[in-house]
Design a protein around this ligand. Structure first.
Ligand code: NDP
Ligand code: HSE
Length: 447
């Protein structure tokens, strides 16, 4: 049988990996797909560099639309990135009746509803395993492997760049900027690295996973997003002393109505999080990713692997190519829906505002070292109905080297509603003995 023909849009880090792995493992991949898979046409702005990568047997053009217009091309792989030209090209490829593979989480998290609807109307597939957690087959795991479960929560280290930065800062004492430059040189970071360090990339990914896990539409605009740029070295150190590690987590949680919560809803959030050091996920270092998913039947599961980089991401792109090769002749109704649920079974469970999120907290207060300070602070927490789990008071000069008139008080709380914590924080901050802005980091036990 004639090999399935693939057109590649963008041959940078992931595109070149895809080309090389497909060539190197051609025979095995064909054996699994039941048919050869060949990249026969590539579009890239830098035609000369692209030609050096693919050699003389592949047609290289600088106009991506020429790939889409080629009637020989069965599958278009979009590896350009971003929301701009990539969106237009993906929609044009769908309109031309091509199946699409993309690693572009930004595009799908923001415009997924429109893109999946267009693909469904045209009867083509849009596959995106590489868009979440690089080489880890987490989309397949959530969509197919856990299909029997009512998924209750997902929590993941899903941005390699920030995990790499946090690891380098903690282990090697590197400065934030130096660690970021290293991550960029290694090809982990997005074209705009603020997407990584401000948590936006992780929010794109958890948004996609939340849709698959809970059968809700992709709603990036509803996600709470906080990155790692405001994290201080002192908090990383105190967390360690308390038996926790700080990780940038993407969290999606189903909340059922009970005595405390009036309605059901979905928590969708990305922020630095204290995780017990004894959890496996707390020990995921460097650019590695890990995703925990908890289902009612299976319990807690953990998926680990390389979340970024040329060939790990190519591994996921090619898995999608194989899936499409196997399924493209099947009736569209027999295919696995891109977001796991059949379109008619999607729900409109609301994504909760941050004030309604239920979690525990690490607080660090820089206070005047005076009698009664701790009692006033803990009193305000008690008035807000917030239960304290642990309190740690450091000697003033132990961390900051300042004169012993000030000290750091660290408080760990039990779970409470974020709005209650906001209220208590505002009242604590107003105390004259609280000398600096209070640091608040959320904490998850992931038990
Ligand atoms: P790169 O920047 O390395 O590659 C993008 C390529 O697209 C470049 O060669 C660029 O050319 C080319 N390009 C830009 N505009 C056009 C255009 N209009 N027509 C044709 N080619 C174009 O990005 P990555 O490979 O790192 O990322 C690709 C996608 O994969 C992104 O969506 C990213 O988020 C995602 N991803 C990346 C991972 C990684 O580890 N890098 C992991 C998982 C997902 P030029 O350089 O000349 O501008
Ligand atoms: N910039 C992303 C990361 C690439 O660092 O995880 C993988 O999606």
């Amino acid at each position: 049988m004639k090999p399935i023909q693939v057109g590649l849009l963008g041959i940078g880090t992931v595109g070149s990996g895809t080309f090389h792995v497909l060539q190197r493992n051609q025979q095995e991949i064909q054996g699994r797909a039941g048919r050869g898979i060949e990249i026969t046409m590539v579009a890239d702005l830098d035609v000369e560099r692209a030609m050096r990568i693919v050699g003389p047997d592949v047609q290289v053009v600088n106009d991506a639309r020429a790939v889409i217009a080629n009637p020989e091309i069965d599958i278009v792989v979009e590896l350009i990135g971003g929301y701009g030209i990539a969106k237009a090209l993906v929609l044009e490829a769908i309109a031309a009746g091509k199946h699409v593979v993309t690693a572009n989480k930004a595009l799908l998290a923001v415009h997924g509803t429109e893109i999946f609807a267009a693909a469904s109307a045209k009867g083509v597939m849009v596959a995106f395993e590489a868009a979440v957690a690089g080489g880890i087959p987490i989309i397949k795991a959530l969509r197919e492997g856990l299909t029997a479960n009512r998924i209750q929560w997902i929590a993941g280290i899903i941005n390699g760049t920030t995990n790499f930065i946090l690891s380098e800062m903690r282990d090697k004492g590197l400065d934030f900027d130096v660690a970021l430059k290293e991550a960029q040189a290694l090809g982990y970071a997005e074209a705009d690295p603020t997407f990584d360090i401000e948590g936006v990339d992780a929010a794109h990914k958890i948004t996609l996973m939340s849709a698959i896990a809970f059968g809700i539409p992709v709603q990036f605009d509803k996600a709470y997003v906080e990155g790692i740029t405001k994290l201080g070295a002192a908090d990383i150190k105190y967390a360690e002393q308390l038996g926790y590690r700080i990780k940038l987590l993407g969290i999606a949680k189903r909340r059922l109505p009970d005595a405390t919560h009036r309605a059901d809803g979905i928590e969708l959030r990305v922020h630095p999080t204290l995780v017990p050091a004894k959890r496996l996920i707390a020990n995921v270092e460097g650019a590695m990713n890990a995703v925990m998913a908890h289902g009612d039947a299976v319990g807690t599961t953990l998926y680990y692997g390389k979340g970024a980089g040329s060939e790990p991401t190519a591994s996921a792109v090619i898995a999608d190519l194989v899936d499409i090769t196997r399924l493209h002749t099947a009736d569209a109704a027999q295919r696995v829906p891109p977001l796991a649920f059949q379109p008619g079974a999607m729900r409109n469970t609301p994504v909760l505002p941050m004030g309604e999120v239920f979690t525990s907290y690490y607080l660090r207060l820089r206070v005047a070292d005076e009698a009664g300070v701790l009692a006033r602070v803990t009193g305000l927490l008690a008035e807000a109905g917030i239960n304290i789990d642990a309190v740690l008071q450091r000697e003033a000069d132990e961390v900051s080297g300042e004169a012993a008139t000030q000290t750091d008080v660290i408080i760990l709380t039990h779970d409470c509603m974020e709005a209650k914590m906001d209220e208590a924080l505002a009242r604590m901050q107003a105390l004259p003995t609280v000398l600096q802005p209070i640091t608040r980091i959320r904490k998850e036990e992931l038990a």
